[in-house]
Design a protein around this ligand. Structure first.
Ligand SMILES: Nc1nc2c(c(=O)[nH]1)N[C@H]1C(S)=C(S)[C@@H](COP(=O)(O)O)O[C@H]1N2
Ligand SMILES: [Mo]
Length: 196
């Protein structure tokens, strides 16, 4: 188990970011319903500024090495959940598998409910950015983004796409679903970057 709950020290003095309250529940927040997908039909694509575009089945994706981490989860609407256990593939592992090229500076995550969200490449190339398929040792519940979601404990949770279906490496910044609709583009919880 890799504990990354100390990462807040990079951003602020308190583990609980300003204006947040701690909850032991795990609320569900989605812009629309939960898309259903069969494991057999599930595909994960990586494209854009990469040497080796990928199209992976569930089995092929899970040939990548996984790790389990204890990390915190901060929702922009004001709740934080400490000590979530997620198991998944780290973003740097995936980036290496696709051979990200030198001109890539930004990333767009694509999801099955037509959600998108963006981050600078540097904010993604961190061990705690996980493509998570398990929560607390069980398959990730579909309401929480199963079979596969992204988690971003150093940013508000809208930067983590549930039902993630692909990753696009970009040579210029672009904005995702909420970033075009008034949520902060940068989303640092310790600076309360909630709305733009
Ligand atoms: N595909 C997709 N991912 C998404 C969302 C969504 O609507 N669709 N909502 C985001 C928001 S606003 C939050 S706070 C978290 C909520 O994750 P949870 O439902 O597991 O708590 O997922 C994020 N990822
Ligand atoms: Mo959110």
């Amino acid at each position: 188990m890799n504990d990354v709950t100390e990462l807040y020290r990079e951003f602020g003095d308190e583990r609980l970011p300003p204006g947040q309250r701690e909850t032991s529940r795990f609320p569900v927040l989605s812009k629309s319903g939960t898309p259903g997908v069969e494991r057999e039909e599930w595909r994960f694509e990586v494209w854009g500024a990469v040497d080796d575009p990928l199209e992976l089945t569930w089995e092929a994706f899970h040939e990548l090495p996984t790790e389990t981490q204890r990390q915190d989860f901060h929702c922009v609407t004001g709740w934080s959940k400490f000590d979530c256990e997620f198991t998944g593939v780290t973003f740097p592992t995936l980036a290496e598998a696709a051979g990200v090229t030198d001109d890539a500076v930004h990333v767009m995550f694509h999801a099955m409910d037509d959600y998108t969200t963006n981050l600078p490449l540097a904010d993604c190339m961190r061990e705690e950015v996980l493509f998570a398929s398990e929560y607390d040792g069980e398959p990730l519940p579909s309401d929480h983004g199963g079979p596969l979601r992204v988690v971003t404990p150093h940013r508000y949770a809208y930067k983590g796409a549930k039902w993630v279906s692909g990753v696009e490496f970009l040579t210029e910044p672009e904005r995702g679903y909420w970033e075009k609709r008034g949520y902060s583009n940068t989303a640092n919880p310790w600076e309360e970057e909630r709305y733009a």
